[in-house]
Design a protein around this ligand. Structure first.
Ligand code: AHR
Length: 656
């Protein structure tokens, strides 16, 4: 070594020592030493039809109760327009209905002297109808006339101020049920529009399945584009559906039955949503499940957003927080059959009994179902007995399908311990743990999985969300403090992703005017939507999951810092995540040991706010959202200054 080389080495050492000296903590990442592979399904989403997540949310149908099946009030959502003459009538009837799954329909009788304005009904949608200027909508209705004459149905879309946005005349004729469609184009934007249908010709008109549906939907698959895009932008690796408690139902009769949700929407048997009357502080009497968003649409949505499907089926148990009704053990066959048929619906050949139904709905190729959940948040011996019956039957026919079993409603305690003991003995594949807890709990439990057994079932952190006030309190907010605590916790999921194979925040969606539960990941009104700070935490993890956790050591003052390092195998990027839960800037000196290009660049994303109470909103959707910076030259040793209360993701493009 000549003098010049020695000099350079001494200088470099000095630079390193000085920068390490000024840093609060140091991180050494061994680029070529893998701790373990990261589960490819680590980050996903959990969809439940709560908070108007389906009807009034993802499903953009604008007419509420178009089927007149909201029993006991089948005209809920509809208002009679003041008749001009006392011979005008409306009633809901059920003789000779459209089909047996849809037994009610509306009969409008238009009197002889009804006047020029006609006689009709107004539908106010799901807390209003959101329509956009120049967007097109398909109006459709099943109609049956009382006589052979042609009857005109005047269809009018009106704004909140009752002015006409657009209108069309739909001629109807025939004494048998027939479907009529017409296209309307909105001339202005209105988040609170309503629809009026008016009969102009004397006589009776029977109407059913009244619908107004936008022509523009995500991939033309019938779901609201902005909401699906928000899901896709999370980079979810799986989607769990359709819940949640709605899988269980308050009673077994009101459980979710996937077979009622496929095929022609007019044949899908509507059911009351179990969140309709769950909380007396947020009653939602108009909350039903039309199943316009049904199992076919869920599978298709998974495909559209690149997520592996994870459907849940009922296991013969209604919600244990409600009736806890049980199907006797010797009468579980229908539940077992539903699960087996669901696998065939998703994966079976197009000429199999259930695969054929999938093909008829437009998807002959299988949906590649790999896992299924048995029950939702069940607990106790009744669950273990039922899980055993279901698992044995499913694995006998489909040994490769992984089954997710419930670890109960709480993250610890007697029910939780019992579930782990018994379900481990049954060699359950994956246990679904739920935790709704304070932000402090999340920070304190970031090491929850560091000492979990590696030999038993894997873990699905299936429902979690920091609660700013208390579990399911209507005062909970999606604050930055909650999101930051979740971020700290999620570094623990990544560090232990050899045992935690899946995770999802819950719930996913909420309508700002029709929610029952808070906090939620995404909020929306009839036209707009936004991601919460929690959404951006999920997005940063989802987009930067990596394939392998790298061996790394942190030293120095690491209090309040949560750090992971992993590698993206396809790009050879090194991804470092640092969550700083303290309010001051913390500098981490980072050393990358191993092969790194001298020209390596990096991309840094910082999610931060000085205000722990900060929230996003329709007015300020990006108030707490990541800021991205490109770094032209990074080297193998650098200082990362992390702002107080922040999450930082540094992607070092080590191979470039
Ligand atoms: O996410 C809301 C509810 O919380 C889910 O339906 C249920 O599984 C849990 O209790």
């Amino acid at each position: 070594m000549n003098h010049r080389t020695i000099h350079i080495c001494v200088m470099l050492l000095l630079v390193f020592c000085t920068s390490a000296l000024f840093a609060d903590a140091s991180l050494v990442v061994h680029l070529d030493t893998v701790a373990h592979p990261i589960s490819p399904t680590l980050h996903g989403i959990f969809f439940e039809d709560i908070n108007f997540g389906a009807d009034g949310g993802l499903c953009p149908e604008l007419v509420k109760n178009g089927s007149f099946e909201f029993v006991p009030d089948p005209t809920m959502g509809w208002h009679r327009i003041e008749p001009d003459h006392n011979t005008d009538e409306v009633s809901v009837l059920s003789d000779h209905p459209l089909n047996e799954n849809n037994p009610h329909y509306l009969r409008m009788t238009v009197g002889e002297n009804h006047g020029a304005s006609g006689h009709g009904m107004l539908n106010d949608g799901f807390r209003g109808m959101g329509v956009a200027a120049n967007a097109e909508y398909v109006f459709s209705v099943y109609g049956r006339m009382g006589d052979a004459a042609e009857h005109d149905l005047n269809v009018v879309l009106e704004g909140a101020d009752n002015t006409i946005i657009t209108a069309i005349e739909v001629p109807m004729q025939g004494t048998e049920w027939k479907k009529y469609t017409a296209k309307l184009k909105a001339t202005k934007t209105d988040a609170q529009a309503h629809l009026v249908v008016v009969g102009r010709t004397p006589g009776t008109m029977d109407l059913d399945m009244v619908s107004l549906y936008p022509t523009e939907t995500f991939n033309h698959h019938g779901l609201r584009s902005d909401l699906v895009q928000l899901l896709k932008d999370l980079h979810p690796k799986f989607m769990r559906f359709p819940g949640g408690c709605i899988v269980e139902g308050r009673t077994l009769d009101s459980r979710y039955q996937w077979k009622n949700t496929i095929g022609d929407p007019a044949q899908r048997k509507l059911i009351v949503d179990r969140w309709n009357s769950e909380f007396n502080w947020r009653p939602t009497p108009d909350y039903f499940q039309s199943y316009r968003l049904g199992f076919f649409e869920y599978f298709q949505l998974c495909e559209d957003i690149g997520a592996s499907p994870l459907p849940l089926v009922n296991c013969g148990m209604a919600c244990q927080f409600n009736t806890g009704e049980l199907a006797p053990l010797d009468q579980l066959q229908p539940y077992v059959q539903d699960a087996l048929d669901l696998i065939e619906f998703a994966n079976g050949p197009a000429d199999s009994q259930w695969g054929k139904k999938r093909a008829e709905m437009g998807h002959p190729a299988p949906f590649d179902l790999k896992r299924m959940g048995i029950g939702n948040e069940q607990w106790g011996p009744h669950y273990v007995e039922r899980y055993k019956v279901m698992a044995e039957a499913i694995h006998a026919r489909y040994p490769d399908i992984e089954l997710v079993a419930a670890a109960g409603p709480f993250p610890n305690g007697a029910l939780f311990d019992y579930a782990w003991k018994e379900l481990s003995a049954l060699h359950a594949d994956i246990l679904d743990e739920h935790y709704y807890a304070s932000p402090d709990w999340f920070i304190q439990h970031a090491d929850r999985y560091d000492h979990y057994p590696r030999s038993g079932p894997k873990v699905f952190a299936g429902e979690f969300a920091a609660q700013s006030v208390g579990i399911a309190s209507p005062n909970n907010k999606n604050t930055w403090r909650c999101a930051l605590a979740e971020a700290a916790f999620m570094t623990g999921l990544e560090r232990n992703s050899d045992v935690v194979v899946m995770s999802s925040y819950a719930p996913l969606f909420a309508h700002v005017d029709a929610w029952q539960w808070t906090p939620n990941l995404i909020w929306f009104d009839n036209l707009k939507s936004f991601g919460t700070p929690n959404y951006y935490v999920q997005q940063l993890f989802g987009a930067n999951t990596g394939d392998a956790l790298l061996v790394s050591e942190s030293t120095g003052d690491t209090a309040g810092l949560f750090i992971t390092a992993c590698r993206d195998d396809s790009t050879r990027d090194v991804i470092i995540k640092i969550v700083n839960t303290q309010s001051t800037v913390r500098t981490v000196h980072i050393e990358l040991t191993g092969q790194i290009s001298p020209n390596a660049t990096a991309t840094e994303q910082i999610l931060a706010s000085d205000d722990l109470a900060a929230e996003n909103s329709l007015a300020e959707p990006l108030k707490v959202s990541p800021v991205t910076r490109e770094i032209a030259s990074i080297g193998s040793s650098f200082d990362e200054k992390t702002p107080g209360n922040s999450m930082t993701v540094i992607r070092v493009h080590a191979a470039k």
